[in-house]
Design a protein around this ligand. Structure first.
Ligand code: COI
Length: 375
C-alpha cells in the first residue's frame, strides 16, 4: 500500500493557489430518508456534480445550509490535520434546525469530512505554502416537493478543494451597508444558511467596485450595533493602560465563528481579556485595531470602516476625538481609519493572533487546545 498521505500534486502552482474552485478526485455523500429515519453510510462520488431533482426544496425554497473548515499539512508533509471539525459539526446541527433538516450526527460528520480529505489528500497544499484544503460540507432538502412542507429525503455532502486565504493579509477597507439589512432580529442570521449570503452579493459587489473589500452589517432594527462582516465575524481590539481586550459582538443575528472563538482563546492564552457584548457603532473609533475572522478569511486586518452617514444624525462621529482611530467626514462619508493609507501590514495585535493561529493550524507549535484532528 502507498504511504499516506501522498505528496501534493505537481499540476498546481502551489505558490499561487488563490481562492477559487479547483477540481479534485470527488466528494462524499450521505442520504437521509424520512422512511428509515437514518443517514446512510457515507460514500465517495468521483464527480463534482450532484444528482438532484429540479423540484427539490433546496433549489426552490432555499432549504440548505453549509459549513467551512480547513485541513493542513503539518511539518514534513507527513501528516494532515483538520482544524476543529467538532465545532463545525455542532454548528451544522444548529443550522439544520432552522431549516427543518435532520441533524447530521457528529460521528458521521467527522468520518465524512475525514474521508473527503483522505480521498483527495494529494490536493492538500504543501506545508511550507501555509495554504490549506478548504472543506465545504453541505446539507439540503433533495427530493421533489411542491408544497411548502419538509421533503422525504435529504442529502449531506462534503466537497474539498485546495485554497489560499480569501482576502489575503493586506488591510482591507470595510463599508457599512445601511441600505440593506442582512438579518432580521428574530430571523436566521445566526444560521449558516445560503439565504444569508445570496442577498449580500449585490451589495458586496457594489462595495467592491467602489474600493471596499468587505461589507460590515449593523443590527437590522436600529442600525446602531455591530453584527458582522459579510464573510466573517467582527473583532475589535482595545489597548488601554498596556492591557489588551478583544471585544466581540453579542448578537442573536451573527454566525458563531470558529475562527473568532479560536482567536479569543489564543488572546486569553496571551493574558488578554475577552469581552462579548453589544458593540455600538459610535464606539468603533475607540478600537485600536479591528479584524474580520472566518475560516476562509482567517484573520483580516481592517484598514478603515466607512459609513454613508447623515452628518446631522445622532450617530455621526465627526466630532469624536477620544478614540484611538482617526475619524473623518468627507463627501457625505464618515470614515474611521485604523491603518493609514500606504501601510500594507496588519496591526501588531492582529499579526500576533494570526501568527499563533497559523502556527497551531500548521503544527508549528504544540496543540495545547486539542484543535488538530489528524486524518
Ligand atoms: C468561510 O469562511 O468558510 C465562509 O463560509 C464564508 C464564505 C463567504 C467563503
Amino acid at each position: 500500500m502507498a504511504p499516506f498521505p501522498p505528496p501534493p500534486v505537481n499540476t498546481i502552482d502551489w505558490s499561487n493557489v488563490g481562492f477559487r474552485v479547483r477540481e479534485v478526485n470527488g466528494h462524499i455523500e450521505s442520504h437521509y430518508s424520512v422512511k428509515t429515519g437514518k443517514w446512510s453510510a457515507p460514500t465517495f462520488v468521483a464527480d463534482p456534480y450532484m444528482r438532484i431533482h429540479g423540484m427539490a426544496p433546496a433549489l426552490n425554497y432555499g432549504q440548505q445550509a453549509y459549513e467551512g473548515l480547513k485541513a493542513f499539512r503539518l511539518p514534513g508533509d507527513s501528516t494532515i490535520a483538520i482544524f476543529r471539525p467538532d465545532r463545525n459539526a455542532a454548528r451544522l446541527q444548529y443550522s439544520a434546525d432552522f431549516i427543518s433538516i435532520p441533524p447530521v450526527p457528529t460521528e458521521l460528520f467527522l468520518s465524512a469530512v475525514k474521508a473527503a480529505v483522505a480521498l483527495n489528500a494529494e490536493f492538500v497544499p504543501p506545508h511550507e505554502t501555509g495554504a490549506a484544503m478548504y472543506i465545504r460540507p453541505q446539507i439540503y432538502g433533495s427530493s421533489a416537493q411542491l408544497g411548502l412542507n419538509p421533503p422525504e429525503e435529504y442529502t449531506f455532502c462534503v466537497f474539498v478543494l485546495p485554497t489560499g486565504v480569501y482576502h489575503g493579509t493586506h488591510p482591507v477597507k470595510a463599508l457599512i451597508m445601511d441600505e440593506f439589512d442582512r438579518a432580521a432580529p428574530n430571523g436566521t442570521g445566526s444560521a449558516k444558511v445560503g439565504g444569508n449570503y445570496a442577498p449580500v452579493l449585490r451589495w458586496s459587489e457594489r462595495a467592491r467596485n467602489e474600493g471596499f473589500g468587505i461589507t460590515l452589517h449593523l443590527d437590522s432594527k436600529h442600525h446602531e450595533e455591530v453584527d458582522e462582516f459579510s464573510t466573517s465575524g467582527f473583532i475589535g481590539a482595545l489597548v488601554e493602560g498596556g492591557e489588551v481586550t478583544l471585544v466581540v459582538p453579542d448578537s442573536k443575528a451573527v454566525i458563531n465563528s470558529v475562527t473568532s472563538d479560536s482567536v479569543q482563546q489564543i488572546g486569553k492564552s496571551f493574558g488578554w481579556k475577552v469581552e462579548k457584548r453589544s458593540i455600538k457603532y459610535h464606539e468603533l473609533p475607540n478600537f485600536t485595531e479591528v479584524m474580520a475572522a472566518g475560516t476562509a478569511a482567517a484573520l483580516v486586518p481592517i484598514r478603515s470602516i466607512t459609513r454613508r452617514a447623515d452628518p446631522s444624525s445622532s450617530q455621526s462621529l465627526a466630532s469624536s476625538s477620544k478614540g484611538h482611530a482617526r475619524v473623518s467626514f468627507k463627501d457625505g462619508e464618515e470614515t474611521i481609519a485604523y491603518i493609514s493609507e500606504g501601510v500594507e501590514n496588519a496591526g501588531e495585535l492582529c499579526l500576533r493572533l494570526l501568527t499563533q493561529l497559523k502556527a497551531i493550524q500548521l503544527g508549528k507549535v504544540d496543540d495545547n487546545f486539542g484543535w488538530r484532528f489528524e486524518v
